[in-house]
Design a protein around this ligand. Structure first.
Ligand code: GLA
Length: 372
């Protein structure tokens, strides 16, 4: 090909990309009057190494959450070593694109190294030692991004399915007040940051009731809890719109902000007990559990679109209290759902397909807003 034809071809591609981008509505504009629309982003996206993914994030979303880089194991891998470079880049990306930047997550039992709970001889820390370590971590991480990260998932997944406090190392060593301590330290580090409790399966009544009690207790004790994050790792039948509605209403009645923080809809046959999103779960692969390895049948594509429309209908009904709806990932190719709870499946949980194109579910989400 001559230099001229290469140039013309490149020009044609650039124009086509531009036209494509222009004709796709943006979620953030579509929902501008209702709530923020976000995505969890990975390093390849916020470093713009994945240029296509980064472009989708910039045009479609006005809030971002880091998929992994602010989890304890990533940002604080050893007692005296913080690894801030990726998180710095994440925050810079959000600022450059004028986004509401979320921090995820300060206190969790997963993706937290074992040393956190031990002294240098490998023995369990005492309550006071662990509280000191928690405070140091929170002041360092929240303090570094003070005024820039505007909302933090302070405590992630502290509840069991029955609504009681999960027996994590935090709970066992410090006791139930580890939760309020975490919120106090985060507030100490940045007085203006919004502080959230974040969990999955809150749509199930027993766990939801446990969360409602927890938030009430914290607020009665004067702890600054700004909002509750309903993770939203959903599937084609769970939660029902009624469950979603009741859950948002229950938290709204406490006077806290409500957020959908990790939305995705699993279309594959259930391999785990319904509603669970415990990342530590690992199950064996079986071919019948990976039925759409090459493509998603049109009927399931439609079912997924309808599910998204139904759920967004509920979010819109509660738009006065719902602050933000964040998807856990950008395209289907990026989703953790391809590897959880079985490695190597082909899942289709998000609004953009593996090539970055909006799916029928995307159109459905846009249309629900236009109807309201
Ligand atoms: C949980 C966590 C997230 C993420 C997802 C799955 O919901 O809160 O950080 O790990 O699991 O990736």
């Amino acid at each position: 090909m001559s230099t001229r034809s290469v140039f013309l071809l490149a020009l044609a591609i650039a124009v086509a990309v531009q036209i494509g981008a222009q004709s796709t509505p943006s979620l953030k504009d579509t929902y501008k009057k209702s709530f923020l629309i976000g995505a969890a982003v990975n390093e390849r996206q916020f470093s713009e190494q994945d240029a296509r993914g980064a472009a989708i994030v910039k045009t479609q979303f006005n809030t971002i959450t880091p998929e992994n880089v602010l989890k304890w194991e990533a940002v604080h891998p050893q007692p005296d070593k913080y690894n801030f470079a990726p998180a710095d880049q994440y925050v810079a990306f959000g600022e450059k694109n004028h986004m509401f930047i979320v921090g995820h997550t300060l206190i969790w039992h997963n993706q937290t190294p074992a040393w956190v709970f031990q002294n240098d001889k490998g023995q369990p820390l005492t309550r006071d030692q662990l509280l000191d370590r928690m405070r140091e971590h929170i002041l360092t991480v929240v303090g570094r991004y003070k005024g820039r990260i505007r909302g933090w998932d302070v405590v992630n997944e502290a509840l069991d399915e029955d609504g009681t406090l999960r027996q994590t190392p935090w709970m066992k060593i410090i006791g139930p007040d580890y939760i309020e301590k975490a919120f106090e330290f985060a507030h100490e580090a940045d007085r203006d940051a919004e502080l959230y409790y974040n969990d999955y399966s809150l749509e199930n009544e027993s766990k939801r009731n446990g969360a409602v009690d927890l938030i009430k207790r914290l607020r009665e004790r004067g702890v600054m809890v700004t909002g509750v994050g309903i993770q939203g790792h959903d599937n084609l039948t769970w939660p029902t719109p009624e469950q979603e509605d009741a859950t948002i209403a229950a938290f709204a009645s406490l006077g806290v902000k409500v957020m959908i923080t990790e939305l995705d809809i699993d279309v594959l046959p259930a391999a785990a007990k319904s509603g669970s999103a415990d990342v530590s779960l690992k199950l064996a692969s079986r071919p019948e559990l990976n039925p759409y390895a090459s493509s998603l049948p049109a009927s399931v594509q439609r079912e997924l679109a309808k599910r998204y429309a139904d759920l967004f209908g509920v979010f819109l009904k509660h738009q006065d209290v719902v602050e933000r709806v964040t998807f856990w990932g950008v395209t289907d190719a990026d989703s953790w759902k391809n590897d959880w709870p079985i490695k190597g499946r082909t899942n289709y949980p998000l609004l953009f397909d593996r090539s970055g194109k909006p799916k029928p579910a995307f159109d459905a989400v846009v249309n629900v807003s236009n109807k309201n």
